[in-house]
Each structure stands twice: as C-alpha cells, then as structure tokens.
Ligand binder design. Structure first.
Ligand code: AMP
Ligand code: MG
Length: 528
C-alpha cells in the first residue's frame, strides 16, 4: 500500500555523497574534476513541466500513491524545478573507454542525482534526473535530453524489467516545455525538439568507468575509497573489504555481467553503445541510447548508425564486448590487488557463467528440459543459421514455436516460418527447415515432456511483446504531437510481455515494410 502522500515524506539517506569525497568547487562550469567522486550541482529550472507518464511499479517501490504521482508537485520535482526535503543533487565523476579507446573524464554530463531513498522494503534507491541541465561533466554539450530519446529510455527500462532482464528503472517522464536543438542525423541540419527529463531509479549508478577514472590518474586512494564503499553498500554479503574480498567482488561483477548479457541474447536486445561508462557495476542494463530489438534474426545487426562501420556493438558481439569491458575493469582495480590470478580466474567465471546461462536460456527457449551439449550445440547452431537465412523475426518465431502442432509438424512449421520471416523461403531455406525440424522433433521425444507443459515453459521465456523499434517510434510521433496515449498504451502492454493479452495483437506483429529504412525505427544515431 502506498504510504507516502507527499514527496516531503520520502526518506533520503544519501550515503554516496556522505561517504565519498566531493569536488571542492561548487560553481557549475565544465572542468576536469580530480580526487572526487562527485560534484554538487543544481538542476536547471524549466518553464512548463508536463507529466507524460510514470511507472506504477516504481512508484509503488517508493511508496508513492497515484495522487502524489499525478500532482503538480511531482512533475515540478521530477523535472528538477524543486527539491523535496532530503534531496541533495550531484553529478558523478567517471571515465570510460568509448568504442575501444580510452576517452578520459566523462561523468554525468546530463544526469543529476537527487539522492538515495529508502524504499518501501528498506531497499536503497538512487533517483537520477536525465536531461536536467549542464554539469561540470557536460563537456561541449548542453546537459539536456529530447522527448524521443526520453520516451525510448523510459519505455525500454520498464519493458526490460518486466521481461526479467536486470536494468535500471524509470519512475517518470516529464516534458520541460522548452525546446532543445539537435542534429539527429549529424548532417548539419539541427532542429528544435521538445526537451524532456526521465527520472531513473537504481540501487547504484556506479559504472566500470567510475573506477577507471581514478586508476587512469593514479589516484589509488580515491579508487580504494570507492571500491570499499561499493563493496560495503552493494555487495555486503562479501564482508569487510580486503585484498581477498576485492577478487571476490570482481568475480561477482563478472557473474552479474554474464547474467545480464545472457538475458540480452535471450530476448534479442542490442544495447548499441557498450562503452565502459555504460556498464553498471551491478550488472544492470544502463543508458538506453541507440539500442534496438532484433527483428529479422541477424547477429551482425546494430541499430547504432554511429557504429555502422566497425559494428563493434552488434548483437552477436555483445558477450565478447562485455568480457573486454571486464578486462578494462580488472586493469583498473589491479593496483589494489597486485595479483593477476584472482582477476584472471574471475574472467574465466564470466565465460563459464555466460556459457551456462546461454545454454539454459536456449534449452528453455526451445522447450527442452535441459541443455545437452552433445545434441543441442548443433541443434541451436543449425537453428540460428536457419533463422538468419530465412530472415526470421526472432520474437515471433520463438513464441510461435510453442504452438507447433506435433501431429502435423511439417505443415505447422512451414506456416510458422512463413508468418515470421521477412524473406521469401527459397529451396535452400526449406531444406534447412526440414532438416532442423526433424532434429528438433527427435530431440523433443528424448524429453517426452507433455505438450501443455512444454508450451507453458516456452511461453514463460519467449516474450510475445517486446518494444519493437517501430512501435517506440509510433509512440514518439504521437507524443511529439502532444498525444501521450501511445506511450501509456505501450507501457501497459509491456508490463506483461509473456501473457497473451487479448486485443493487443497489433503490438505483436511483424515489422511493417515502411519501418525498415525509417530513421528511429531501425537506424538511430547517438544524438539524443
Ligand atoms: P552516452 O553515450 O549517452 O553514454 O554519453 C557519453 C557521455 O556523454 C556521458 O558522460 C554523458 O553524460 C555525456 N553526454 C551525452 N549527451 C550529453 C548532453 N546532451 N549533454 C551533456 N553531456 C552529455
Ligand atoms: Mg552513458
């Protein structure tokens, strides 16, 4: 039951700023910040805040009633116009590797933390406004965010949560009533777009790059302070920090990261910008920029046009990139441990954990009781070749596979492929399909699992509804015209992605032809 009827009743306990070193400078101008984890900074006031949407579940976690969420005060506070009691706004200092290159200091260039709330069940939740104005870390940019990218972040964080993927959450999406200049295509044609602020929520917003920045500057004292703080607050089960515990902590991070990426591969999510500043120390999906969802199964696909040449962050590369990022984190904390073995062992744990999670996920997706490498390695590999060759919609295919009619398997499988593929099925594909189906049927016999049971198990891991790229864009198009119903409708459907949801079929359809080449649908730049 919501127990908070005014934002003044939120209970803040801002450990991050109480226990970690602050930037001594409190003027808000762009600079390099040394020996500090954060800078105090106030959000920029805006003209006319207007609530677009809020997440009921996140509000509940905070104990907020719907009256509070629909009040004028709520939109004022979560756009950054007013601080509620206990809020102490600050921007975090971090660095990162961007597209494989060390980029130096980055930091919260357009994120401003409001503090840490103790939630309904005693859990600690940091609140962070994204797009609330410039900070010392804004470099050459304005600290703002536009509506289209804010809708995408808001909807996708909630969708991911409901899919069972570890992620930062989103409490609210508020228009600022001001215009923001953006060159969406980086082609010298900037346009004014509506500005917006999302309030993100997570136990911690610390990133790999939060540690990297200190070791890159040989500031081992602050590095140690932040590591110890993180272990005590977010990994308390490891006990008091020590050299041994540092190794165990890194292993935990490896494990959590493996679990997260395995989930991405399960649901067909492409993050798009897996820079080390976008890697959460808690293994949460963070920073929803030019992300996308696989439509036609293609491991080489990335929605990020900024990465179109190297395709570093393409779908099939995500597991290796997470590993590469973990290696960078290992390098950053090495000075505290001064031993290579525990770090290397932990990295092996990543690989093992990812492989196991991947195998379990694939077995589940196919309705198998467990993954048997002897038969299932090739079963999965052949399937992925087929899906790629037939340009099959990943979500539609797996969901539909649960309904395979075993009494008339061949025809039923053909129908499924037809319904879910974007390319005509040529003879070669038909052959691949026949051969895979016969292996699959054989494999199902080994498990001898009752049909009903298999179907229910598959439907619990193969979503019917994901945030299809073009659906997000349609909701954005409407919202830009002042009609927020599309955002609300999508949010509602995405709350129960594994349920059939009568009457919602239009959210579970193949990508229409017009969406294939339209900007925002399958091609996105970093401009946001
Ligand atoms: P991203 O690629 O969104 O993860 O951002 C990389 C870095 O650029 C982070 O330090 C962001 O805070 C910063 N950044 C991105 N967009 C802006 C913006 N509009 N204003 C200020 N900083 C930004
Ligand atoms: Mg980022």
């Amino acid at each position: 039951m919501p127990s908070i009827h005014s934002l003044e009743q939120l209970h803040f306990d801002n450990r991050f700023i109480q226990q970690l070193p602050a930037d001594k400078e409190t003027e808000n101008y762009r600079r390099q910040v040394y020996k500090a984890c954060y800078s105090l900074v106030s959000p920029t006031l805006v003209k006319a805040p207007q609530l677009v949407a809020y997440s009921q579940e996140v509000a509940e976690q905070l104990g907020l009633s719907s009256e509070v969420c629909e009040s004028d005060d709520f939109q004022q506070v979560f756009v950054g116009n007013r601080l509620a009691k206990g809020m102490q706004p600050y921007a975090m200092c971090y660095g990162g590797h961007q597209f494989g290159q060390w980029a130096g200091q980055l930091g919260d260039g357009r994120a401003i933390n409001l503090g840490e709330v103790l939630g309904q069940h005693g859990q600690r939740l940091a609140l962070q406004l994204k797009g609330a104005g410039a900070t010392p870390y804004s470099r050459g940019a304005d600290g703002l965010a536009v509506l289209r990218s804010s809708v995408r972040e808001f909807l996708c964080s909630e969708a991911m949560h409901h899919l069972g993927v570890p992620t930062t959450r989103a409490l609210s999406l508020v228009l600022t009533g001001e215009q923001v200049l953006r060159d969406m295509f980086y082609d010298g044609n900037p346009q004014l777009e509506p500005g917006a602020v999302v309030c993100r929520v997570a136990p911690s917003f610390v990133r790999f790059g939060s540690f990297q920045i200190f070791s890159s500057r040989q500031d081992l004292a602050t590095l140690k302070t932040l590591v110890d703080f993180t272990i005590r607050n977010d990994f308390p089960h490891l006990g008091e920090p020590s050299i041994e515990v540092y190794g165990q902590w890194f292993e935990d991070v490896c494990r959590k990261t493996a679990e997260m990426v395995a989930h991405w591969q399960r649901v067909g999510f492409v993050h798009g910008v897996m820079n080390t500043d976008n890697m959460s120390i808690l293994g949460l999906t963070i920073d929803y920029g030019p992300y996308g969802w696989l439509e036609n199964y293609d491991p080489d696909w990335t929605p990020n046009t900024t990465d179109a040449n190297g395709r570093r962050y393409r779908f099939g590369n995500q597991p290796q990139i997470a590993y590469w990022n973990l290696v960078q984190l290992a390098n950053a904390i090495y000075p505290l441990i001064e031993q290579v073995e525990p770090l290397q062992q932990a990295l092996q744990v990543y690989s093992k954990q990812f492989e196991q999670a991947w195998q379990t996920n694939m077995a589940n997706k196919l309705g198998l009781l467990s993954f048997n490498p002897q038969t299932d390695d090739s079963l999965v590999a052949d399937l992925l070749s087929l899906l790629k060759a037939a340009e099959t919609d990943m979500t539609l295919f797996y969901r539909g596979l649960a309904d395979l009619d075993l009494n008339d398997a061949e025809a039923s499988f053909q129908t499924l492929l037809h319904a879910s593929s974007y390319a005509p099925l040529n003879d070669e594909v038909k052959k691949m399909a026949e051969s895979w189906l016969s292996d699959y049927l054989q494999r199902l016999k080994v498990d001898a699992r009752p049909n009903q049971q298999r179907r229910a198990a598959m439907n619990a891991v193969n979503p019917k509804f994901v945030l299809r790229n073009y659906l997000a864009q349609q909701a954005i198009d409407k919202a830009e015209q002042g009609d927020f119903s599309g955002v609300g409708e999508l949010l509602e459907v995405l709350r129960r992605p594994y349920d059939e949801q009568q009457g919602k079929q239009q959210f579970a359809e193949k990508r229409p032809d017009w969406a294939k080449q339209r900007a925002g649908c399958s091609m996105l730049s970093c401009s946001s």
